[in-house]
Design a protein around this ligand. Structure first.
Ligand code: ADQ
Length: 730
């Protein structure tokens, strides 16, 4: 990084674990996907890592606390957060692992919803926020990891409005139907939206998240970009990679070589199936044991010729479902070994412990098959590590279609973890797969993994974070600041021939459906009247509404009107902009009607020269799908009929080509030599106005977002305050 900003990484656990044994403090590097993944990356930056030390604060005194902090800062570039036994119980074992983990892994039957756990989650997120604030500078880059800290982005955003904040979720983001079960779902989403960039492993998780954001908070997105107030938030997929070179080269390491020899001695020429997982119900360990048993039953010729190495890493042993699972695994292994084992052959070798790298790599290396049957898995790094260790060598990966890794490892044998027959058949297929085929499949996957390794992943994430910030700055560059507003008012005061063009819905009043709900309030009428009565002003309102509605509302004011997006205009009398046809309606109306019938909450509005399908009140996902389908259906027809299909704010409108607000505005623009031109609008249809204005005109988009307008204001309220100044200026 060329600038002096720090990179602050925040995760539940630091890459170092602190332990107290027999009164002495020990430090050791933690295992686990994240620590392994980021380890190589974060050292290359001017960075600091914040996280829980792993030791409960009740077990250490103040002096120990200080010495731990100093040692971590000096030797590991880390800053510890101390949690009490109670915090760990309620926050970590509680809300994180009894509420979020089961819901996000599609185990709602295991989830508990308990206010005291939620309160603790909020409290610990605040502790993290306080800790970050002790080290952070206003413009630092902060990268927050995983489901333990989903409230942290917003807590930090409130204190550091200019910081670049990224969030990455390592576990799946569930479908809306699951996510909505959590009583505090909105608070969680709001917490995440404090980040500038929200990253997931796969595009599916991105979609699920965006749907939840839309349904729960009403946030819409364009290509994964969400605008909230004056902020731009990007949501995107970054499939986490591994430290490829480390695994690729592992078999050259003498320690690994020795270990490989050892294993070979014990295995003889038997085939080895390997299973590596943390102890977790989401990993489908029981399912693979069951499938292995079925495989032996169906293929008795493999009895005595295959060994299943089951490596299970202890995890969350104090949470009840994990303890139960451990018992079930023990029983299942015992049963299978009891049923099939002989005096000189034990089908399953079961290890329940963590292993040092060289032993894990040796296991990857000697195994013929890796069997991964996660019921849900954010990514699954084990599958990638296995493939990386197999450079130029054979080995077959059997991978669950429920693991995020499947997106990149399509050459593996893909299985549904709930289908025991399919897994048993996959084992058989893997056993029989020709060596050349194994190598050629692996090569394709290796190229991919080598290219998008963990460093590239991390760099990609940070680069995207910078880009979002730049984009936000660009949008912000157009915001009508007080200084710019003063200049505009100055120009207004000095001019004598002013043209003021205003859109109506979404610009002067909030969107509403019926004319009754949307009619102008008395304050607005008073202001428009005052502006119109100034002899130097020509005020025009151009709207998509029918001419009858505009006439009713504004007919008595001394202003120009454009109705139906400019199909009709009124200076003194209403007039058609050009000879227009509407005989096409007979063909288009039945199509819109069929959509209306199948889409509860939608309705059709008929204007003289257009037909509009409104879907504001339709269930949001259905609305998006239907709107897309309808546009596709219409596009085929409308080109031949000389029609245009236009998407407005929750409407799709069909009308004659050549009718648009810009064309109507040209009528007024060409009338005089104006010395002040002003236009304000909010949606796509107003872009046609902005497009025809002279360069020096003051064009304003209400709301942030990409626009041809020169300036943005944040809200209708801001625009009305500005217009109020027109009224007041003399
Ligand atoms: P995990 O659920 O921990 O990670 P995984 O992605 O497989 O799952 O990572 C496990 C890591 O632990 C691997 O790097 C592996 O090498 C290591 N490991 C496994 N067994 C070991 C053993 N016996 N001894 C030592 N090390 C061992 C979470 C999500 C995943 C996501 C990762 C990263 O649940 O879906 O892939 O984060 O984002």
């Amino acid at each position: 990084m060329s600038d002096t900003r720090k990179l602050i990484i925040v995760s539940n656990r630091m890459p170092v674990t602190v332990e107290k044994k027999k009164g002495e403090i020990h430090f050791h590097q933690s295992a686990g996907g994240l620590a392994t993944g980021l380890g190589s990356f974060y050292r290359s930056y001017n960075s600091i890592w914040l996280g829980w030390s792993g030791i409960s604060s009740d077990r250490i005194n103040r002096k120990e606390r200080e010495s731990i902090t100093t040692k971590l800062a000096n030797d590991f570039g880390s800053y510890p957060i101390f949690l009490s036994k109670k915090d760990v119980e309620l926050y970590y074992r509680g809300f994180c692992n009894r509420t979020i983990w089961p819901i996000f892994h599609y185990f709602p039957q295991y989830a508990v919803y308990d206010k005291s756990l939620w309160e603790s989650y909020k409290y610990v997120n605040k502790l993290f926020s306080n800790a970050v604030m002790k080290v952070a500078k206003p413009n630092d880059i902060i990268w927050i990891h995983d489901y333990h800290l989903m409230l942290l982005p917003m807590l930090l955003r409130k204190k550091l409005p200019n910081a670049s904040i990224g969030f990455f979720l390592h576990i799946p983001f569930p479908s809306f139907e699951l996510f909505r079960l959590i009583p505090w779902r909105k608070e969680i989403l709001n917490g995440l939206f404090g980040a500038d960039l929200i990253g997931f492993h796969t595009y599916d998780y991105v979609r699920y998240f965006l749907i939840s954001a839309y349904r729960l908070l009403g946030y819409e997105h364009t290509y994964g970009q969400v605008i909230v107030g004056n902020r731009v938030i990007k949501v995107d997929a970054f499939p986490m990679g591994i430290d490829y070179a480390k695994f690729d080269k592992a078999t050259l390491n003498p320690k690994v070589k020795r270990e490989v020899k050892n294993i070979h001695k014990n295995v003889n020429d038997r085939k080895v199936i390997l299973s590596v997982d943390r102890l977790d119900y989401s990993k489908g360990v029981l399912q693979k044991l069951d499938a292995f048993s079925l495989f032996l039953e169906k293929n008795p010729e493999y009895k005595g010729k295959v060994i299943f190495i089951l490596l299970v890493v202890p995890s969350r042993t104090k949470v009840e479902h994990y303890r139960l699972l451990k018992r079930q695994i023990d029983e299942s292994v015992g049963e299978i070994n009891g049923k099939y084992g002989t005096l000189d052959w034990m089908p399953i070798w079961y290890l329940y412990r963590s292993l040092p790298f060289h032993r894990l790599a040796a296991l990857y290396s000697v195994s013929d098959i890796a069997l991964i049957t996660s019921l849900r898995d954010g990514m699954n790094l084990v599958s990638k590590e296995f493939i990386a260790t197999k450079r130029n060598r054979h080995g077959v990966l059997i991978l669950s279609e429920m693991a995020g890794a499947v997106e990149e490892l399509g050459e593996a044998i893909i299985v549904n973890p709930n289908n025991r027959e399919e897994i048993a058949e996959a084992l058989e297929k893997a056993m029989k797969m020709p060596i050349e085929e194994q190598i050629s499949r692996n090569k394709i996957m290796q190229r991919r993994l080598q290219h998008y390794n963990v460093v590239k992943w991390a760099n990609d994430f940070i680069d995207s974070l910078h880009k979002v910030k730049e984009q936000e700055q660009k949008l912000y560059a157009k915001v009508l600041t007080p200084e710019r507003e003063d200049k505009l008012i100055n120009a207004y005061v000095k001019s004598n021939n002013r043209l003021i063009i205003l859109d109506y819905d979404g610009t002067l009043v909030p969107f509403a459906g019926s004319p009754e709900e949307a009619k102008p309030d008395s304050k607005l009428m008073k202001m428009l009247k005052a502006i119109a009565n100034d002899k130097r002003n020509t005020l025009v309102i151009v709207s998509g509404r029918k001419k009858e509605t505009l006439e009713k509302w504004f007919g008595k004011l001394n202003i120009g009107l454009g109705a139906e997006h400019g199909a009709w205009i009124k200076e003194k009398e209403w007039d058609m902009i050009a000879p227009l046809r509407n005989d096409w309606k007979i063909r288009i109306r039945p199509i819109l009607e069929s959509y209306m019938d199948r889409t509860p909450g939608s309705f059709i509005e008929e204007k003289e020269f257009s037909l509009v399908w409104h879907y504001r009140k339709v269930n949001s996902e259905l609305a998006l799908t239907r709107a897309r389908e309808l546009k596709d259906d219409l596009l085929h027809l409308t080109t031949n009929l000389g029609l245009n299909v236009l998407e407005g704010n929750k409407v799709i409108e069909v009308r004659n080509i050549g009718v648009n607000k810009g064309r109507a505005v040209l009528k007024w623009l060409s009338k005089k030599d104006w010395d002040f031109v002003f236009a304000a609008g909010d949606d796509l249809t107003d872009e046609d106005i902005f497009a025809v204005l002279p360069k020096e005109a003051y064009s304003i988009k209400v709301g942030l977002g990409i626009s041809q307008a020169r300036f943005n204001v944040e809200s209708i309220k801001d625009l009305r305050l500005l217009l109020k100044r027109f009224e007041k200026a003399v």
